[in-house]
Structures are given as structure tokens and as C-alpha cells.
Design a protein around this ligand. Structure first.
Ligand SMILES: Cc1cc2nc3c(=O)[nH]c(=O)nc-3n(C[C@H](O)[C@H](O)[C@H](O)COP(=O)(O)OP(=O)(O)OC[C@H]3O[C@@H](n4cnc5c(N)ncnc54)[C@H](O)[C@@H]3O)c2cc1C
Length: 303
């Protein structure tokens, strides 16, 4: 079976991948987008903070972007990628159906999945007090008491951001693990820190009303922000030999969204926070233009 070849393959059909497709296909290269819009983090959300929407449904936004990308000539494949491999400068994409695809140029836009606390009730209260995104949901808790979980820079920076909205912030972590400046900012703030503590229970039926800690302390809060980092598609990238950042959680890119591998670009959540649609489409735009330019250069060498 001969593998299908595309000038550009985009992995991911979220805001980053769809925007990359829109820009790449304009440069007269063949573009394949792999992924499902229904698996984008934005699909089930009400989008805030995006300049072009007055709030709005994430699923509608994604469907519109997919329609546009398809109408412009991008091909879509709704399957999961199982493995990425390389034979010199040819990249091989192995699909769950067993199909193999080949390309010289790729955009990795597979997003991330957030680490959860894994407590009962957590899933059901997402969007009703439980949040994984301070930038998205912080403004909803103006002057309300909130808790934030995590001891690394994402959580401590998140606590600092929450101070724009409220002064009643509890930070709960096993161990604080941040640089000197962030540690100083935290110490100088009125954030109450519970180091060496864990949340054992999230209280509330319809909306969050509080949390209980492992020493039985009860905190009455309306919002619980979980900032425990992310996992997910970076394993595929890592296996290919794409360099990750210092945290080993995100793909490392430069201002052109280039990774360390020739012809391999990355955009969106997979490149790290802030996890926002605006950042994802911005990076997708740059990656789409750059990957198409690379594919055209590569093509002109082989003709
Ligand atoms: C609850 C919640 C609320 C949010 N609210 C807001 C908000 O109000 N405003 C805002 O700006 N942002 C918000 N965000 C963040 C926003 O959704 C993300 O920043 C954005 O969707 C990231 O885009 P992306 O394209 O990088 O990844 P995603 O949108 O997550 O898309 C990833 C894509 O990759 C595909 N994929 C993954 N793995 C594979 C694989 N192995 N093979 C093939 N395809 C694969 C998926 O199918 C999907 O199509 C929110 C996120 C969450 C979770």
C-alpha cells in the first residue's frame, strides 16, 4: 500500500490547526487536517476574551472555521494519529485505521488535556465553579472567595492574576516550587497559602460552595481553579524527536513557530499557556504561513 502524500499535514482541528490550514492553503499547497472539532478544548465552551466574538458558542466557532478551511481547499480526516515517525526528511504519520501518510512539512496543533484532581464531583462541577483556566474564568469571581490548587508557576501566577478580581484567594499545594521573584510576589500578597495540604472534597451540588482539606479545614469558596499542568499529545511530538521545553510538558518553538526539526511547526495549547483561543489562532496563522513557505521551497528543490 503506497502512503498518500500531502505538501502540508496539520495535526489538530482546534483553533490553532484550523487557522493554520486557512493560511497554508492560500499558498497553493495541498493541505490535510487531521482531527475532530468535537475533541477541541473549545468545543463545549462559551468563549470569552476573544476579540471577534461577543461571548459565543465554541462549537459554532469551530464549525465555521472548519467550513472555511474546507471551502478553501483543505482536506479533512477525522481520525486519531497513533505514531509520528521520520525517514530522513520525510515524516510518516500513522493513523488509527492503519493508514500511512507522508509529508515534508507538518504543524503540530494537538492541544493539551489538563491534569485533574480526580475527585468525585469535579467533572460535574466544571463550568459551575470548577475551572482549569484563570484567564478564561477569573473575571466571573469578582469579589468572591476562590481557591487555586497547584504549587508551580502556573498556579502561583494564576493566584496573582486572580488578585485583579478578588482579594479572597486560597492557594493549596503539596509543595511550592517557583522561582525567587514569584515566591516573593506571593509572600507580599494577601493570598493565603496552605502548603503541604491536599483537597479531599469539593462541596456543592449545583455549584461549588467550598472545599475540604486533608486536615479537615473547610474553606467556603465559590470558585476552584485547578492549575496542575497538562499532559497529552506532546508524547507523539517527543517520540518524533521534537524538543520540549524545560517543564517537559510543551513543545518548544521560536517566533516562526518552528520546532527543532526541519519542516515541523507547532501552534496553540501544545506550545504552553496562556490557554486562549486568541493565542492559538495567532500562532496558527504564523505556523500556517511558515509551513506553506517551507513546503513550497521543498517542492521547488525536488521538481
Ligand atoms: C473549560 C474550558 C473553557 C475555556 N474557555 C475559554 C475562553 O473562554 N476563552 C478562550 O480564549 N479560551 C478558552 N479555553 C481555552 C481554549 O479552548 C484553548 O486555548 C484552545 O481550544 C486551544 O486550541 P488548540 O487548537 O491549541 O487545541 P484544541 O482546541 O484543544 O484542539 C486540539 C485538536 O487536536 C486534535 N488531536 C489531539 N490529539 C490528536 C491525535 N493524536 N490525533 C489527531 N488529532 C488529535 C483534537 O481532535 C483537536 O481537534 C477554554 C478551555 C477549557 C477546557
Amino acid at each position: 500500500m503506497t502512503a498518500e502524500f500531502y505538501d502540508v499535514i496539520i495535526l489538530g482541528a482546534g483553533p490553532a490547526g484550523l487557522q493554520a490550514a486557512l493560511h497554508a492553503v492560500r499558498r497553493k499547497v495541498s493541505v490535510l487536517v487531521i482531527g475532530k472539532i468535537a475533541q477541541s478544548s473549545a468545543f463545549q465552551t462559551h468563549i470569552e476574551n476573544f476579540c471577534c466574538l461577543e461571548g459565543g458558542s465554541g462549537s459554532e466557532m469551530l464549525q465555521l472555521a472548519r467550513n472555511k478551511a474546507e471551502a478553501s481547499g483543505s482536506v479533512f480526516m477525522e481520525e486519531d494519529v497513533m505514531l509520528l515517525d521520520r525517514d530522513e526528511d520525510v515524516y510518516i504519520v500513522e493513523m488509527e485505521s492503519g493508514k500511512q501518510l507522508k509529508t515534508h512539512a507538518m504543524v503540530l496543533a494537538m492541544g493539551v488535556s489538563r491534569n485533574t484532581l480526580g475527585l468525585s464531583g469535579e467533572k460535574g462541577l466544571v463550568g459551575r465553579g470548577v475551572s482549569y483556566c484563570v484567564d478564561c474564568d477569573g473575571p466571573l469571581y469578582r469579589d468572591e472567595p476562590v481557591a487555586i490548587v497547584g504549587g508551580r508557576s502556573a498556579a502561583v501566577s494564576g493566584a496573582m492574576t486572580l488578585r485583579f478580581y478578588t482579594s479572597k484567594i486560597h492557594l493549596i499545594c503539596d509543595k511550592l516550587d517557583v522561582g525567587k521573584q514569584l515566591a516573593r510576589n506571593l509572600k507580599d500578597s494577601d493570598v493565603i497559602v496552605y502548603e503541604g495540604r491536599k483537597i479531599t472534597n469539593i462541596k456543592g451540588d449545583d455549584t461549588v460552595t467550598g472545599v475540604r482539606l486533608d486536615d479537615d479545614t473547610e474553606l467556603a469558596v465559590k470558585g476552584l481553579f485547578i492549575e496542575l499542568g497538562a499532559k497529552g499529545a506532546v508524547e507523539l511530538a517527543g517520540n518524533l524527536g521534537v524538543l520540549l521545553d524545560d517543564t517537559m510538558q510543551y513543545v518548544s518553538v521560536n517566533k516562526k513557530q518552528e520546532t527543532n526539526l526541519p519542516g515541523v511547526y507547532a501552534a496553540g495549547d501544545i506550545c504552553g499557556p496562556p490557554w486562549q483561543v486568541a493565542k492559538s489562532v495567532g500562532e496558527g496563522c504564523v505556523a500556517g504561513l511558515e509551513v506553506a513557505a517551507y513546503a513550497r521551497r521543498r517542492k521547488s528543490r525536488t521538481i
